[in-house]
Design a protein around this ligand. Structure first.
Ligand code: ZN
Length: 239
């Protein structure tokens, strides 16, 4: 009878600790999901940013090409005008203007080449970012699915353990339950401890051999002389 009660107390404590752990996990899983969603968002933002960088350079290139073309037209017009000029002074001035335009355009061409090189580099970077992101996305989504499954499992475990706990409480004598609850509050949530090798597994102090024998007889509820917890000897192989 005492043995049965001790087993029930041990079972009760095990269930309560499992429930407590599961509740902690239940509380932490939404944070894991939040973190994973954050990773996906950060990925998208990185891609967007890289894309904007490419678009910016493209706009600059288009602008530069437009300027190049306009200057080219201006040079052509000036060259035609050269034919109609009468004075040497005007001729020299216009020639200088044409030279200046050609100089500016050759600088523009160099810049356009640099821009094209940069755009190519950014595009290659973007492509590898997208490729890496796709792989990461698969892994993240896989993780999200696992976490969601785990949320369902934890929820189910909690309900299940609560049911068993209720059954245990039905069988447990009120005085034992009362003692258990009091000890649990006083002793950091642990009211029942295993005895192994003549030692209390709650406070790790050895218990006297005679008391150790008593514990193994399951005749009465025995408390650890040091930490006052209920001592429970698991008779493996006997049950
Ligand atoms: Zn103890």
């Amino acid at each position: 009878m005492v043995k049965n009660q001790l087993q029930l107390l041990w079972k009760l404590q095990t269930l309560e600790r499992q429930i407590e752990e599961a509740l902690k996990e239940k509380g932490s899983l939404p944070l894991v999901l939040e973190r994973l969603a954050g990773l996906l968002k950060a990925q998208e933002e990185k891609q967007e940013e890289e894309k904007r960088g490419i678009e910016e350079l493209e706009r600059e290139r288009i602008k530069m090409e437009g300027e190049l073309e306009m200057e080219g037209e201006r040079i052509k017009r000036s060259q035609l005008k050269l034919l109609e000029i009468k004075t040497n002074k005007e001729y020299q001035a216009l020639l200088l203007e044409i030279e200046g335009g050609k100089e500016r355009n050759s600088q523009r061409e160099e810049e356009i080449i640099k821009l094209l090189e940069n755009i190519d580099q950014l595009k290659a970077d973007y492509a590898s970012t997208v490729e890496r992101a796709q792989k990461e996305r698969v892994a993240i989504e896989d993780e999200q699915a696992k976490v969601k499954d785990q949320m369902v499992k934890v929820e189910r475990d909690i309900v299940h353990w609560h049911q068993i706990r209720e059954e245990v409480l039905q069988e447990l004598a009120p005085e034992h339950l009362k003692r258990y609850n009091t000890l649990k509050v006083k002793r950091n949530g642990i009211a029942v401890v295993l005895v192994k090798n003549e030692g209390c597994q709650g406070c790790y102090v050895n218990i006297p051999p005679q008391l150790y024998n008593e514990v193994q007889k399951y005749k009465e509820i025995i408390l650890c002389p040091n930490c006052n917890r209920i001592l429970y000897w698991e008779n493996k192989g006997a049950d």
